[in-house]
Write a protein that binds this ligand. Structure first.
Ligand code: UN1
Length: 522
């Protein structure tokens, strides 16, 4: 009896400690018209640490279309003033934003690892990418080049300038929760647009940190509005909002198609960045150790949760055995754990749905496809893993190019090795998927490298480097089901967030009819 009592009091002690911890969880707000406000419904959702689901990172507004409407109104109210702010002045504010991100990089990195799971080094890289994007793109404030060109007629001047698109809706994913919002936000702002930004429901804190920094940098009220919540409510309300002239979306190809259809219905501009099934080709003359290192980094970095992840390894049959045995050895040596522990190589995956999806692909690979499971394949759920979403780095070998695990995006720590007979064969296999984001070749032969560079139909290509690691001053995006023809980053992103205006100035003082008053050459 006494023992039972003790157990009860121990449990209730534990419960009250947990309740106290829950009560201490920080509450965050939407940012609308320069004010931090609750959602109009007052409801919240929890941001959970994927390495330890007992750890609630924060509570965020569970917003609805009412909040989206308020944010769009704010963006509308701020637009004229912001678009008429000289671009070099807009840039000055963005340079200040860059400084704040540098100042708070360590905190933002820790926050990101806690909410998203990736290891600290990679979370720091994500914040750094936002810093790089901010500095690089802010520099456009003193360029935003248009062009002049001769006019057909005498005393007539012709030129082309960029004008902002207007109000932009930005819908961003959880895998790069600060970098990808920055890829959209900073170019939108430098071009003179105002925005409504919806971060992924799994990782709102990193985007909140970015928006908070925008406020501190002095971006005027209404120019940047943050609305947190779910795709079905907030994302859909944005996508269908007639005042949002542009929707920029990064996420799955399936959701992207819904976004694109909704935008088509109302003639909105739509920029999509979606899936990938990226291949590394390993040739028989490759530096095999280097290729293995690149494959491990590309397949298991960010737990394979990059759209650029090296999810297929297409290996020349002459080096196949050697490559596979080193790869498996290295994959087995990876330490899976909490990303906050500096000894961890591979963190958790984002949530339970991700675990289920990845595990179902592992089953498909073993049972339906009949590929060989060379290592990994299990969910880790004992001891330190008990409260998180951990999956072993998994390698399938002897796979055929048409298997589902060779074709479909798994978005987890799983890679598939496919043998190839020749360079031509490897290129055909690598191109033989519905996606076209990134690809790579490992070879010492310059002709082979250039042939693959020429023939791979992807938006990004690497020679003797992995499929991940794009830099912000080059265009980012892909062909086929990866996108809809746009490129983020680089100066090319300006073509998403600005529209061309062609301007003709006739200083002849008389009516000159183009294509009609044709002057014959003397
Ligand atoms: C993504 O995978 O969604 O090139 C973005 C890379 C990173 C960005 C990845 N700089 O891997």
């Amino acid at each position: 009896m006494a023992q039972a009592k003790k157990a009860i009091s121990k449990t209730s002690g534990k419960l009250s400690a947990r309740n106290a911890a829950r009560a201490a969880v920080k509450t965050y707000h939407n940012y609308i018209d320069g004010e931090w406000v609750e959602s109009q419904s007052g409801e919240m959702f929890e941001n959970i640490n994927p390495a330890d689901t007992r750890d609630i990172v924060g509570r965020f507004p569970l917003s609805t279309s009412d909040d989206v409407n308020a944010a769009v109104n704010a963006a509308h109210g701020a637009f004229d003033r912001w678009r008429n702010t000289p671009a070099p002045k807009r840039a000055e504010i963005l340079f200040r934003l860059g400084e704040i991100l540098i100042r708070d990089k360590e905190q933002f990195t820790a926050d990101m690892t806690r909410e998203m799971g990736k290891v600290l080094k990679e979370a720091g890289g994500d914040v750094q990418e936002a810093i790089d994007c901010t500095y690089y793109t802010a520099g456009e404030g003193r360029r935003l080049h248009g062009f002049t060109t001769p006019a057909e007629m005498r005393s007539k001047f012709a030129m082309c300038i960029r004008q902002p698109v207007g109000l932009c809706g930005l819908i961003t994913p959880w895998n790069f929760p600060m970098a990808i919002p920055s890829w959209k936000l900073i170019p939108a702002l430098i071009c003179g647009n105002t925005v409504v930004l919806k971060p992924a429901e799994d990782t709102p804190l990193s985007t909140y940190n970015l928006v908070k920094a925008c406020e501190e940098a002095g971006i005027p009220p209404g120019v940047v509005n943050l609305v947190t919540g779910y795709g079905e409510s907030v994302g859909a309300a944005m996508t269908n909002h007639t005042a949002l002239r542009l929707i920029s979306f990064t996420g799955s190809t399936e959701t992207g198609r819904i976004v694109a259809s909704a935008c088509a219905e109302r003639n909105a501009i739509c920029s999509l960045e979606m899936g990938g099934k990226n291949a590394i080709i390993v040739m028989d003359d490759a530096d095999i150790d280097l290729a293995v290192e690149g494959a491990i980094w590309g397949a298991f970095g960010t737990s394979g949760q990059r759209c650029t992840a090296s999810s297929r390894l297409v290996v020349h049959k002459k080096v196949y055995k050697q490559f596979v045995s080193k790869l498996v050895e290295e994959a087995k040596a990876l330490r899976v754990g909490n990303g906050a522990d500096p000894k961890t190589d591979v963190g958790p995956v984002i949530n339970n749905d991700a675990v289920e999806k990845i595990m179902s692909y592992i089953r498909i690979g073993r049972n339906d496809d009949g590929a060989k499971l060379a290592c990994g394949g299990k969910r880790l759920s004992r001891g330190d893993y008990a409260n998180g979403y951990f999956i072993e780095p998994t390698v399938f070998t002897d796979a055929a190019p048409d298997m589902r695990i060779s074709q479909e995006e798994i978005f987890g720590p799983v890679t598939t090795v496919i043998p190839a007979n020749s360079l031509e064969d490897a290129i055909q296999i690598a191109n033989g998927v519905r996606y076209g984001l990134s690809a790579a070749i490992y070879t010492q032969n310059v002709n082979r490298a250039f042939k693959a560079m020429n023939d791979m139909y992807t938006g990004i290509f690497y020679v003797n480097a992995s499929t991940i690691g794009a830099e912000v001053h080059l265009p980012f995006g892909g062909t086929k089901a990866t996108g809809n023809g746009h490129r983020e980053a680089g100066t090319q992103v300006l073509d998403i967030f600005s529209e061309w205006k062609s301007i003709y100035v006739d200083f002849s003082g008389k009516l000159q009819r183009a294509q009609i008053d044709v002057e014959s050459p003397q």
